[in-house]
Design a protein around this ligand. Structure first.
Ligand SMILES: N[C@@H](CCC(=O)N[C@@H](CS)C(=O)NCC(=O)O)C(=O)O
Length: 214
């Protein structure tokens, strides 16, 4: 059994999507990150970085944090959703790093300055918007001639999907990138993905939070 500590966020949804895809039994422990529950000492004992998601594999006792490390763990545990050949495997790992080191942080900062920052800071919003748009163009290029990032559906698609789904829900559409847009629709239509993005609940409604940014 997998215990999943999560909330309705891009990184949290990655893991519920993967668990649904893999059909692994899991229980959900909701950590309300908007209320600061990630700083509770019992949770920091699981993840010293005080962020969701975290899993506990009750079969092995292993605790894992960092969403893409969790995706790799689940793929290795089941022998699924990861290219099997060494070259394909390393391409997948490289893309998981690209997602975690670039797309997540830049998209996250864009959303922060668009919706959550207590002050309007046009320079910061512009900087992260430009970098996010540049990364969208990188993803567009990577998906040219491919239905999925590694050719066939894998945890890499799940990792990128968490953030593209949130970008679209927060009014940063990807319509200008036809390969990325088609890939998004392809992944979004999977039953396990639809289920995964409702655990522990769907993303917040960004519409009431919209504000003038210039
Ligand atoms: N690199 C980490 C990032 C995790 C992360 O930023 N989680 C967010 C939710 S998507 C969170 O817990 N935010 C609460 C906080 O930053 O205090 C991962 O991929 O797991």
């Amino acid at each position: 059994m997998i215990e999943l500590y999560t909330h309705n966020t891009p990184n949290g949804h990655k893991i519920s999507i993967a668990l649904e895809e893999l059909g692994l039994p899991y229980t959900v422990k909701r950590v309300n990150t908007f209320a600061g529950e990630q700083f509770a000492p019992e949770f920091v004992d699981l993840n010293p970085n005080a962020k969701i998601p975290v899993i506990v594999d009750t079969e092995t006792g292993q605790v894992i944090y960092e969403s893409n490390a969790i995706l790799l763990y689940l793929a290795e545990k089941t022998g699924r959703l990861m290219p099997a050949d060494p070259a394909g495997r390393f391409e997948a790992i490289e893309l998981l790093f690209l997602q975690a080191a670039s797309v997540g942080p830049m998209f996250g900062q864009r959303a922060f300055f668009a919706y959550f920052s207590s002050e309007t800071v046009p320079f910061a919003f512009e900087r992260y918007s430009k970098e996010a748009a540049r990364l969208e163009a990188v993803m567009e290029k990577l998906l040219k001639g491919r239905d999925y990032f590694c050719g066939t559906y894998s945890i890499v698609d799940i990792a990128f999907f968490g953030w593209i789904n949130t970008a679209i829900a927060s009014f940063f559409p990807v319509k200008d990138y036809p390969h990325l847009d088609a890939w998004f629709e392809r992944v979004a239509s999977r039953p396990a993905v639809r289920k995964g993005i409702s655990v522990p609940e769907p993303l917040i409604d960004f519409a009431p939070l919209r504000r003038e940014l210039a």
